[in-house]
Design a protein. Structure first.
Length: 579
């Protein structure tokens, strides 16, 4: 790709800083008030560093340090760095769910970049919703940007065993409730499962989304695999700072990177990693911001022919992200995919994504499997449709017991999370191993925000029988670190009158993963009568951001973006003619 260097006078920041008028006098004098000198900005692009650090964000605790490395790189390359704090979205602490606020961070990202005198950005994120939110907002703004992933934390450890965040927490919580581990053991697991800063070290949503960002071409090569605590992460931070300055001079904007080929590559890589179910929602939202009309059926089509080759929990059985890095990381996985990746897609380097992949080392082919020896023969996710989910639902076949791939059983329906807790905590609640446990009114509007309640804990009534899996259905999401026969994202959601709202306890439900079906065995006449009797619930919010969310959020099959933001890009940046 031929790159032409922009002139300084054509930089966006120059409109603020160069003119000999009163407004620019104010900009320059206030910059000098902060101790800056004209030599700091004259002839230099201004780089925004969007930092999602906070005191209650364990995944990003190192960002307060890493931002200094990014600044170092910007300065080395002749740019002027400015740090802009952005919404942090800690998956662990933000309630009811960070998904409620993903679009708020996307809006903030777009408006931070629009309202400040910046020419490009380094986006610092990693915890689940921060990656798609930052990318969505930056896509819509249209300025050059590089994404810097937070990196996974180190492997957890307790009693000589490696622990994976989320995955082992869910597993051992079932054992705790079943009475097979002691309070002392539980506390040991609690203290050993998260040993360093960084995001989840399983192939959960965080690792999935940073891998997707790299596969889309939005990171420097290899950036998504480096553990947060590795010194290589500091060096990568500096490299991001250097590279964004080059991208600004080259005018390498996201519309030149985020082509249909780049989106297809990202979906292929995601499926091969054994990705989080949340990836479906975020991929659709990110692609549509880029003007690529990605659909659920596209994801299912690619998933059917892309095997899982990353042997990482929860789809894998043993290894964690630290092992993935030592085995060669995402570049090694992309090498294994070979000609399944489109070589026309480029990255923030300006070079093809596939360039140099044939030389990427693979140090352990049990962690990063060849296509001939996959963890699972199809991709990580399957899209289901039927009279229970006419717009679609998703399941992770590789992470559930194969005996549930075809299953029919009676529904046991909970209308709310408190109702669900009463069911799962009662050791005598009547149910059988064939029971299909359903949680509804937990979708985008019903949750609100579509919380991660879809990994429904196993009921005590079945735990005491020694069972550790059952079919569970909801219009909620689940953590990407989760596992089990969990059908999620049922759309339309029950809260707006989707068919899930009409299901009753005792109705037979059929799950057919090979056939991609999810149906309730209820006649059309009965469903029509139930529809006539259904009463819509009152709105969740009457003011503030929740009010905005409730009136503009799309359903899961459309990416849960706001209808007024879900627009194609590649258009000129829409800015008022102020500067």
């Amino acid at each position: 790709m031929t790159m032409t260097r922009k002139a300084y006078a054509d930089l966006r920041s120059a409109r603020w800083m160069v003119p000999d008028d009163q407004r620019s006098f104010g900009h320059r004098s206030r910059a000098m008030q902060m101790g800056y000198d004209p030599a700091d900005w004259e002839g230099r692009p201004i780089v925004a560093i969007l930092n999602t650090w906070s005191d209650i964000q364990p995944c990003h605790m190192h960002f307060r340090d890493r931002v200094e490395f990014v600044k170092r790189g910007v300065l080395q390359a002749g740019g002027f760095p400015i740090e802009l704090p952005a919404l942090s979205l800690s998956e662990n602490f933000v309630k009811p769910t960070t998904m409620l606020y993903r679009n708020l961070l996307a809006m903030e990202t777009e408006e931070l970049l629009r309202s400040h005198p910046v020419d490009g950005a380094v986006l610092m994120g990693g915890c689940d919703k921060t990656t798609p939110a930052l990318v969505m907002g930056a896509i819509s703004m249209g300025l050059p940007f590089v994404f810097l992933p937070a990196g996974p934390m180190l492997r957890g450890n307790y009693a000589g065993k490696f622990l994976g965040s989320g995955t082992d927490g869910f597993k051992y919580w079932d054992e705790r409730r079943a009475g097979t581990i002691s309070q002392e053991e539980w506390q040991g697991i609690e203290g050993g499962i998260a040993r360093s800063y960084g995001h989840c070290m399983t192939m959960g949503t965080a690792s999935t989304m940073t891998a997707i960002a790299e596969a889309m071409g939005l990171t420097l090569p290899g950036a998504s695999s480096i553990p947060a605590a590795d010194a290589g992460h500091q060096r990568m931070s500096t490299r991001c700072g250097r590279r964004i300055v080059g991208m600004i001079w080259e005018d390498l904007t996201p519309d030149r990177i985020l082509t249909p080929a780049a989106v297809t590559n990202a979906v292929t890589v995601a499926m091969a990693t054994g990705c989080s179910t949340n990836a479906i929602i975020h991929l659709i939202a990110m692609a549509r911001r880029a003007g690529v009309p990605l659909e659920l059926d596209d994801l299912d089509r690619i998933g059917r022919v892309t095997p899982v080759i990353a042997n990482i929990r929860p789809s894998g059985t043993t290894y964690l992200m630290e092992d993935f890095y030592y085995a060669g990381g995402l570049r090694a996985l992309m090498r294994q995919l070979g000609d399944r990746l489109d070589p026309t897609a480029i990255t923030v380097t300006g070079r093809p994504l596939t360039e140099g992949l044939s030389d990427a080392p693979i140090w352990n082919d049990d962690v990063i499997r060849p296509l001939s020896n996959p963890v699972y023969h199809e991709g990580s996710l399957a899209v289901l449709k039927g009279n229970l989910a006419p717009s679609g639902a998703v399941i992770k076949p590789a992470a559930c017991d194969p005996k549930f791939h075809r299953h029919t059983g009676p529904a046991l329906v909970a209308d709310s999370y408190p109702d669900l807790k009463r069911i799962i905590d009662d050791p005598d609640w009547p149910m059988t191993p064939d029971t299909v446990l359903v949680l509804r009114n937990a979708g985008p509007l019903g949750g609100p925000g579509m919380p991660e309640w879809g990994m429904i804990p196993m009921p005590k009534a079945l735990l005491r029988l020694g069972l550790r899996d059952m079919v569970r259905i909801s219009d909620a999401r689940m953590s990407g670190t989760s596992f089990g026969a969990c059908v999620l994202h049922v759309a339309p959601e029950a809260y707006i009158g989707g068919p899930l709202a009409l299901l009753r306890t005792g109705d037979l439900v059929t799950l057919d993963i090979p056939g991609r079906r999810l149906d309730m065995e209820v006649s059309d006449a009965d469903l029509a009568a139930r529809r006539a009797a259904w009463v819509a619930p009152a709105p969740r919010y009457e003011r503030g951001y929740g009010y905005l969310f409730g009136r503009h959020i799309s359903q899961a099959d459309r990416g849960c973006d706001f209808d007024f933001l879900e627009t194609g890009f590649g258009r000129p940046v829409d800015e008022p003619a102020i500067y």
